[in-house]
Design a protein around this ligand. Structure first.
Ligand code: PQQ
Length: 681
């Protein structure tokens, strides 16, 4: 029998019992993915397929931000807790949208360049009167829920001189513990997850996803086993190996375990990371840990010896499915690599794996649960267009599982990319032409040396995990659409890259209602009920790794929370058009030295590419495309780039990294691209 959920007199007086009880009542939204099973399925049904057309705005709240917003709002005791960019926490009256408090951890701006993928944060955890947030500069902070006052903070980075660890994911809480991992495996990182006591932040356990040493003494038996699967002469020993646990963590209260999804190899390319090969445990794996001790229990490696940036960090859902073999407790997973996995959560054995998008690195899985790789996919001898690419067939945008329809709603996508082995790669070495190498990115690949043939796409995919097949889909204009949420009212909600928030019939995929919000949406929605009224809420703000350089709407990203209810009458807030604040004309016809263009292109790739996109071909996202710059800025570029002009916005000062002549070359390449593209218009 389900226990009763009772509101607490202390704000966020949430405990394990209440999180479980709320799974049945659905009145609150108590953790990132709603419940301990992380289903994002709410039993609320006031808003349903028949009346969803009457949804209107109840209130909106301005986050005062311009970068990516990835948080799902948490709602407890009538208060909403949501994070914006730079790990800033907002507490809001969930009924009116009034601000209660704001907490800014004051992340130093240089972490803008340490974060691979925008200065984002996916949200908080609440427990026993506290709000927990992981900050971009690697701290786990506990706040008093009533006031937003900082109670304690711990440094989660084990070695700040060696590793560039950043936290973007939401912490999870259970049994008086708060757990958190971190990101950083594009630069230099060693993956681990740590559990701290909620009272005072003392560390209770830590589990490493990649080996720290190649010979005894080992940290634990799982490390010894892992060490044997890495080449002791590989570059992983210089940069950390990766395997970062930067998003998915799910607590199984029945089995008292924590399952985590681990990230890609660091550097990406196994040829340099571990030249003699090996599975490189526990990269790209789902791992079960004892929730009390952090002891390793089992792992399932989705991509042995990852080389494609195939993180297995994407959202994990716990479910019970009726399969041909009987009722099974399973994990549902749709990671970057394009296969949908059903994994037995008792023992970690693969039940089934089927591609949910076009996949060209493996043809399937064999009896033993290993992928059958395609011969040339590792790009050892020649370039290879990866499908899916490093952007993932599904990235961190949360999916959802509706037990009534039996369907999983996946924000699926494709972003074209080709990789080629880079024999010249060296750790922490600036090599012009090597993607972001002057900012310490460690890929071991050159990118797009052949033009990718695939077209970008994004769609909402309704997937049957039992039959392992698609049931319906809704096509979008662009990749990088929002997370999903589904309800007992028979609905699926999702925001889109082109700035809409949409409700679908969960069974058929029919679009039932939509509204324009003032920005592309990437975060997942939530729903809750107060005094008999059901609300649906979503935090908007375009960004994340794809949104830095590309956009799908002409509205400039503005961080906001939109909250809807039936017959809501609040007016939609004003939006800002991109063209009002940014130039949209190319800086063409300006002078530059032709001989600078070639070297400038190489320097652009190793310094600017991932943040600013390809000059003139991309059009700019949250960060401007430099071919659309004010001509004055381009003429003064060395002074600005080497003077820290945009330091407060997170752009590094390049004074130590580039000379004036280098920046002039970069400007020449940008101007040349502007000229070329202007001629085709
Ligand atoms: N983060 C995003 C985002 O927020 O848009 C997208 C990605 C990350 C990726 O595609 C990644 O591969 C990725 N990888 C790591 C890592 O390897 O440590 C961290 C993160 C992150 O923390 O956001 C991302």
């Amino acid at each position: 029998k389900a226990p009763q959920a009772t509101p607490s007199p202390t704000p966020a007086g949430v405990d394990d019992h209440r999180i479980r009880a709320n799974q049945a009542s659905g009145k609150e939204w108590l953790s990132y993915n709603f419940d301990y099973d992380e289903t994002r399925y709410s039993p609320l049904r006031q808003i349903d397929t028949g009346n969803v057309g009457r949804l209107g705005l109840a209130w909106s709240y301005d986050l005062g931000s311009e970068r990516g917003v990835e948080a799902t709002p948490i709602v407890a005791d009538g208060v909403m807790y949501v994070t914006g960019p730079w790990s800033v926490v907002h507490a809001i009256d969930a009924r009116t949208g009034a601000r209660l408090w704001v907490y800014d951890p004051k992340v130093p701006p240089e972490f803008g360049a340490w974060a691979c993928c925008d200065v984002v944060n996916r949200g908080v955890a609440v427990y026993k009167g506290k709000v927990f947030v992981g900050t971009l500069h690697g701290y786990l902070v506990a706040l008093e829920a009533a006031s937003g006052k900082e109670l304690w903070r711990v440094d989660t980075n084990i070695d700040r001189t060696r590793y560039k660890h950043t936290i973007t994911g939401a912490p999870r809480v259970f049994r008086d513990k708060v757990v958190i991992g971190h990101g950083g495996a594009e630069l230099a990182a060693v993956g681990y997850v740590s559990a701290y006591h909620v009272d005072d932040g003392r560390m209770l356990w830590r589990w490493f996803s990649v080996p720290q040493r190649v010979e005894p003494p080992f940290y634990d038996p799982s490390q010894e086993r892992a060490a044997a699967t890495w080449d002791p002469k590989g570059a992983w020993r210089e940069v950390g190996g990766g395997g970062t646990i930067w998003d998915a963590m799910v607590y199984d209260h029945e089995l008292n375990r924590l399952y985590v999804g681990t990230g890609n190899g660091n550097p990406w390319n196994r040829e340099v990371r571990s030249p003699s090969g090996g599975d490189n445990l526990y990269l790209s794996s789902v791992v079960a840990l004892d929730a009390d001790t952090g002891r390793y229990l089992w792992h399932f490696q989705e991509v042995p010896g990852d080389t494609w940036d195939y993180t297995a960090t994407q959202h994990l859902i716990l479910a019970e499915l009726k399969l041909a073999s009987g009722k099974r407790k399973v994990l549902l997973h749709a990671p970057k690599n394009g296969f949908f996995y059903v994994i037995d959560r008792q023992d970690g054995k693969l039940i089934s794996a089927k591609p949910y998008v076009e996949v060209n690195w493996a043809t399937g899985y064999d009896e033993s649960g290993r992928p059958i790789e395609v011969e040339d996919a590792r790009a050892r001898q020649k370039p290879w267009e990866t499908r899916p690419s490093a952007y993932g067939a599904h990235n961190w945008h949360p999916m959802s599982f509706n037990p009534n329809t039996g369907l999983v709603y996946i924000p699926a996508q494709g972003v074209p990319l080709a990789i080629e082995h880079d024999p010249q790669w060296r750790a922490r070495t600036h090599l012009p032409g090597r993607p972001m190498s002057n900012l310490d990115w460690n890929l071991g690949y050159v990118l797009n040396t052949i033009p990718p043939q695939a077209k970008p796409f994004g769609h909402l995919l309704a997937w049957d995990p039992v039959a392992q097949k698609e049931v319906w889909r809704q096509e979008y204009l662009s990749p990088w659409n929002g997370g999903t949420m589904t309800t007992a009212g028979g609905l699926v909600f999702q925001g889109t890259a082109d700035g809409r928030f949409i409700a679908y019939d969960a069974k058929t995929g029919a679009s039932l209602w939509q509204v324009e919000v003032g920005s592309g949406v990437i975060a997942g929605p939530a729903t809750y009920e107060i005094d008999g009224t059901q609300y649906v809420t979503v935090a908007v703000g375009w960004g994340g790794v794809y949104g830095l350089a590309a956009r799908a709407t002409e509205r400039l990203s503005q961080g906001r929370v939109y909250t809807f209810k039936l017959d809501g009458k609040a007016p939609l807030p004003p939006v800002r058009e991109y063209a009002q604040l940014r130039r949209t004309t190319l800086a063409s016809g300006l002078p530059y030295r032709a001989e600078d263009v070639g070297p400038g292109a190489q320097l652009y790739v190793s310094n600017c590419l991932f943040c600013h996109g390809v000059p003139a071909l991309d059009r700019g996202g949250n960060l401007p495309n430099l071919a659309y710059s004010d001509p004055q800025i381009l003429s003064e570029l060395p002074k600005l780039v080497r003077g820290g002009a945009w330091r407060a916005r997170g752009m590094p000062d390049f004074a130590e990294r580039l000379s004036d002549a280098d920046v002039e070359r970069i400007a020449a390449f940008i101007l040349n691209m502007a000229d070329i593209v202007a001629q085709t218009q």
